[in-house]
Design a protein around this ligand. Sequence first.
Ligand SMILES: [Mn+2]
Length: 342
Amino acid sequence: MARITVPKHRLSSASRAMIRKILAFIRGHDRFLVSGHVRSDGDALGSQLAFHQLLRRLRKKSHVVCDQGALAEYRFLPGSQAVGSGPEDLRSDYSAVFTFDSGSWERLERISAALPRPKLTVVNVDHHASNERFGDLNWVDPSFSACGEMVWELVKASGVKPDRELATCIYTTIVTDTGRFSFSNTTTETHLNAAELLAAGARPAAVHQALYRQKTPEQLRFTAAVLGRIQLTEDGQVGWVVISRSLIEETGCSPGDTQEYIDQVKSIKGVRVAVLLRETDETGKIKVSWRTEPGIDGIVLAQKWGGGGHPRASGATFRGTLAEAETQILKETVDFVRSLPA
Ligand SMILES: [Mn+2]
């Protein structure tokens, strides 16, 4: 019988050095603000909550605030009840700020806008290739499938024994950012970390149940309405869907995390780039997401509109009407795809 050797964890020497630096930094400070990008997804929120628990175990004062707080679909995460949702929840005495899963300082939106940046030491922990290195300390490593895996490395290096709550938060970061272990960012390392998290108490069935099996009939009807609005270019290489405010109002449903909708667009055979346009509560502000096939760098598309992300999962904010967004973003995306080798 062939012998399969499970490889050891592989961490770059740069990441090893950053882990040591960050743990030393934590020892030297006392009152932390922990934050992440606006409308924190499973990775951003799970990272913040896990890191918050690590700080508490290290006997530090820690407080989690992100713009819009813990979205309804992630309120099963231990500690999510205490997450602040806006500038009014900020305190005035932080000695350091940790940001997770945010490619720029501005992506904290109302939180970064309200903080006295020059007076604060900011530690930026992220896995987005487009990260702007806005921190005083920057640990950016796109080889991690989820930002939560970076927090997991900090936990392991800290000597703190993780409990089920912490493991559940980190496990959720991996499940959500890898599309349930299906995207191309899923690696041996991802599964090694997942195995460690199970050993530490995370329960996959419970996490999947909480993430994907709590829908109301209205939400499913909303999903059906969104899927019914998917459009394709004539050659079928670009697919897109628009989530307008009127659709949200008609159905009485909030779209929550829109990842599942754009994944559905991308799942159509022949679609090389999927686009999702979502009208926000703020007039004239449209959120745009791209998902691309292997070898197509969606960061290039997002950066034209001031955004960024991962090569295969990127996003930006468009200023203008929904109709303008649809025309301009689609033209740009179609031209981009046409310029690529088939
Ligand atoms: Mn992430």
